[in-house]
Design a protein around this ligand. Sequence first.
Ligand code: TA6
Length: 319
Amino acid sequence: MDLSFETDLRSVFTCHLFLPYFFFLFHDLANFQTLIKSSKRVKMKKPVSSHQISTKSGAIVTVSDFGAHVLSWIPANRTENLLYLSKKSDLSGKTAIRGGIPIIFPQFSNRGPLPKHGFARLAEWELTEITEGETESSLTFRLEDSPESRYIWPYRFKATYRVKLTTNQLQTSLSISNNGVQSYSFTTALHSYFSVQDIQTTTLNGLDRLTYTDSLKNNEKVTSKVDKLSFSEETDRIYLDAIHPLFINQSGKPILKIESAGFKDAVVWNPWEETGAKLADLDKNGYQHFLCVEPATIEHPILLNPGQTWTGSQLLTSL
Ligand code: TA6
């Protein structure tokens, strides 16, 4: 490899200007090598697949190989997707998907040198198991370190993501194992976009009296006094030690229960009108129809020693 080009490549990654190329890197090594040699965009060899499973009771979930991204979840007691998925979202594997449940690993947001929200949501995961039963069905995906991932994040890992569907519940569990010889730390989140009829009549319970850092105010720390969060402007907060169940309510009626295990924090995000309009892949006025509530570990990154495994999961119940 031409060393000067390699140096350029590293600095471009660091500056985050490499994203159009980056999206292609995880599809296979041959592509990556072509990219290095030609310094041009390379085409993916095959289209990204998605997988749909159901239960006898009528629940359905759809997951893309790209990012092991849950695109749609229709529980048996509902007829519509409870996850918001922008109609303008690019599902071809060229760019991150807007909506559903993006997996954020190994870096939350811009809190480090990697592309925003890390690389797991931009990588093609491998489907390793499908189970379909009377009352429970599941899909399991795997992502491991590769020459491409080690190029920008020099650690060995095995990520396993299990999506388990039951009648009115969806459980998503992410495990990260350190199968190398070096310790490392990471931040992570399940960046879930929940569909709501109207953000202005949506409330969120369960975060009362918790301290949050406000990403819109230089990460200022604030202790919440309200027992129910309502939305009337851009909101981007990391609630610390958010370990209790959360409830999304529509016009005062609970519609969704969110429980998590293994994660320490919870991110609450809605871009509102102005910031939402700047997101090219968000539907016009799309901000009105979703609320992101994300189990996460950000404030105190997870330290993983060789041989250790960390697991974080969320359990969604349609009420
Ligand atoms: O999780 C909230 C957040 O970090 C926001 O700051 C906002 O930028 C959002 O994620 C979406 O990020 P994306 O890179 O998907 O546009």
